[in-house]
Design a protein around this ligand. Structure first.
Ligand SMILES: [Zn+2]
Length: 440
């Protein structure tokens, strides 16, 4: 179906344009002035903002194998409702995606089942370099390397192996950057303790030094290769300082969880905010904001990692790490940014324009005539209520969100994916319209 959106404030890469929008054949045909000959279903936007759909380059949608926590269908739907139209999924599933064959099987499995456009990472192991070398950079967004915080095949601690991956990967290499040895040492020191005794237990069991030393090392070896290197979920002030002198092919991400909460919030949330790397301290959070604002951190990804409420209710050592972050992303970012005077265009830059540019998305990302029509109609003055735990209005399968019970500023009114109106007024329309992403 073709669409004509009337009275829209359009956030183009060049700035805000007021006017009308024409969507035809799944693409933006006119952004600003629609020709008289245009035909399509009219949508009266009445001054709402049209933003490009957000590109989340860091999600765990749990397929295959962990579908009791979430499926691509449920989690991409939750992401869509928060204004996300493209999501790149991590490989730590069951089985892990560590071969070309498993990657193809997963991509095939997602056809017609994703509400957002999608790409799937391949996980590095100590022995799969031959597989990684054969990856197609037009289809695979990257290789994920877990330097810590994983088990079995996906944990890669051999520095020689990491260096070889960095030299020989045909695609971007993304790092979970924590030093495993420092985490093991801290874990032993805090073993057997609980939240009652130690209010910020998780930050002690996964100390800042593990992140800092790992990122320091990554930056020291980055110059051995020109393969793009992306450091995921940066959490400490020291890492932001180190990243200020990073080479041009190194990029870095932080996540809304770390911009919203600190270790001081653990007494109220405990396992609910248990994620890796751990929440750090107020000074770290300030440094993350500063790093984002100054451009040291280029990308905001969510690290959406759903676990069921009963899993999180277990004692500390048993509760899995990871926080669901989808369902309300754009209002969430708008709300925490507004308190700091951050404009909407800032989040468009960090969660759409920059990832689209870094990952060289083909005809996708910013609002540009001729590109795929992935767009969000957003009302900055509206409100979004985040339901409490267990409420069926949560779209994520785990049915809870750390913002549960809060009212956020701003409201996603409608979302188009490849020109299909997929979300409007709290409901989903048509079939999932997400496509596999292509990269140049
Ligand atoms: Zn992650």
């Amino acid at each position: 179906m073709n669409w004509i959106l009337r009275e829209v404030r359009i956030l183009t890469p060049q700035g805000e344009v007021e006017g009308d929008v024409w969507i035809q054949g799944g693409r933006w045909v006119a952004l600003g002035r629609v020709p008289d000959r245009a035909t399509g279903q009219t949508f009266l936007a009445k001054g709402a903002y049209l933003l490009p759909g957000l590109v989340d380059t860091h999600v765990h949608f749990r397929e295959p194998g962990l579908t009791h926590k979430g499926t691509f269908y449920t989690e991409s739907r939750a992401a869509l409702a928060g204004g996300v139209t493209t999501a790149f999924d991590m490989p730590n599933t069951t089985p892990p995606i560590t071969t070309r064959a498993r990657w193809e099987e997963k991509m095939h499995r997602l056809e017609g089942r994703s509400w957002t456009n999608f790409g799937c990472y391949v996980g590095a192991t100590s022995t799969n370099l031959a597989e990684l070398r054969g990856l197609d950079p037009r289809q695979v967004p990257g290789v994920k390397v877990f330097l810590a915080s994983s088990t079995g095949d996906l944990l890669v601690t051999d520095e020689t192996v990491v260096r070889r991956i960095l030299r020989e990967s045909p695609v971007r290499v993304l790092f979970h950057s924590e030093r495993e040895a420092l985490i093991q040492a801290a874990r032993q020191r805090w073993e057997g303790r609980n939240w009652e005794e130690v209010p910020d237990l998780h930050t002690r069991a996964r100390p800042p030094e593990a992140c800092i030393e790992s990122t320091r090392w990554l930056l020291s070896i980055a110059k051995e290769s020109s393969v793009p290197l992306h450091i995921l979920h940066v959490t400490t002030a020291e890492e932001v300082a180190l990243l200020q002198s990073r080479p041009a092919h190194v990029s870095a991400e932080t996540c809304p969880v770390y911009l919203t909460w600190t270790a001081a919030d653990f007494p109220a949330y405990r396992n609910l905010l248990k994620c890796n790397p751990a929440l750090k301290f107020a000074a770290d959070q300030e440094a993350l904001w500063k790093g984002l604002l100054e451009g040291t951190l280029e990308v905001v990804g969510t690290d959406h990692a759903p676990h069921l409420w009963p899993e999180k209710e277990q004692p500390y050592p048993l509760a899995p790490s990871g926080v669901p972050s989808h369902g309300y992303l754009l209002p969430w970012l708008w709300t925490i940014g507004r308190a700091r005077g951050v404009p909407l265009s800032f989040w468009v830059e960090k969660a759409c324009h920059t990832p689209a540019r870094l990952w060289r998305l083909r005809d996708r990302g910013p609002l540009v005539e001729g590109y795929w029509a992935d767009g969000v109609l957003f009302d900055p003055e509206g409100k979004t209520v985040v339901p409490i735990q267990g409420d069926p209005r949560h779209f994520s399968k785990c049915r809870w969100h750390p913002l549960g019970g809060r009212v956020l500023q701003g409201q996603v009114r409608a979302v188009w994916v490849n020109g299909s109106l997929s979300y409007y007024g709290g409901a989903f329309y048509g079939a999932p319209a997400g496509q596999a992403v292509e990269m140049d």
